[in-house]
Design a protein around this ligand. Sequence first.
Ligand code: ASP
Length: 332
Amino acid sequence: MATFVPPNERNARSPHLPFGDHRGAPFYGKDVISVSQFSRTDLEYIFGVAKEMRAMVERVGTFDLLKGKILANLFYEPSTRTSSSFLAAMERLGGSVIPINEVRYSSVAKGESLPDTIRTLECYADVIVIRHPEVGSAEVAAKYSKKPVINAGDGIGEHPTQALLDLFTIKEELGQVDGLTVTMLGDLKNGRTVHSLSRLLSTFVVRLNYVSPEILRMPPELVEELKVKGVSQKEFDALEPVLAETDVLYVTRVQKERFESQDLYEKVKGAFVITPETMEQAKEKMIIMHPLPRVGEISMEVDDDPRAAYFRQMEYGLYVRMALLAMVLGKA
Ligand code: ASP
């Protein structure tokens, strides 16, 4: 595991500007660390580019927008979708990838610090995607990197690119975001995807329901942060009271790797399972989403229901990640 060295001012870059704070080329050279960086105008812009990416992939598959550019894909934690979609995104844009999917086989296993690993990769790559178990690690990486850094999940902190693709999914599937009731269910304490998504949704007029076992509630600081912004939020320990009013049901897995006690995990892991019977109580036009992987929270019998959007959600992710790469590299 990398030893953390606090960022020192000599190496630090200028603080992160909001994403759309255009000084020269819009978005060029920016880091993507937290969803708090994005204004509604930025989101419209990103989704516009993502739609163009989809059109291009459908038309030609691969094209040379990022030819000659290199992405370092640095994953200190397991990943299937995020790492492979960033890889596919870069390749579809004509660029190439240094894949470090298993840091055990890199110098991290020899005790290399995160700043040193970042300083190494910035010599070879034009953009760095990082997933790391520590909250704040992407911010640290960005401080040491002269190249743009994209947070692909920092422990239980944030997963901004997932939230962007989640929001893009909602917009594409339901047409608009304002006015929706979004119910988040599962491990809201440790799930970084719901932390990022709820923050991102606070830019819109939505009602948020949080359904979880008592010990897996949304972090109180986050609830407070959103309350100050005027977001309507309600907490429940069962889905039934809110299912019928829900437009988006966002299901998450209980984050086993964040539990100190296996016994405690066993107690809560099967707390909620979505079945065809659950879907009978839901709106005709509701969508059900999941950042995946699922480990039993949605029964496979639900997969053929047209409201099951979780596989489509993965595909939207490719286009959003293509858009982000092109934007931070100054090509969109
Ligand atoms: N893949 C998502 C993440 O990395 C969700 C999960 O692992 O449960 O946060």
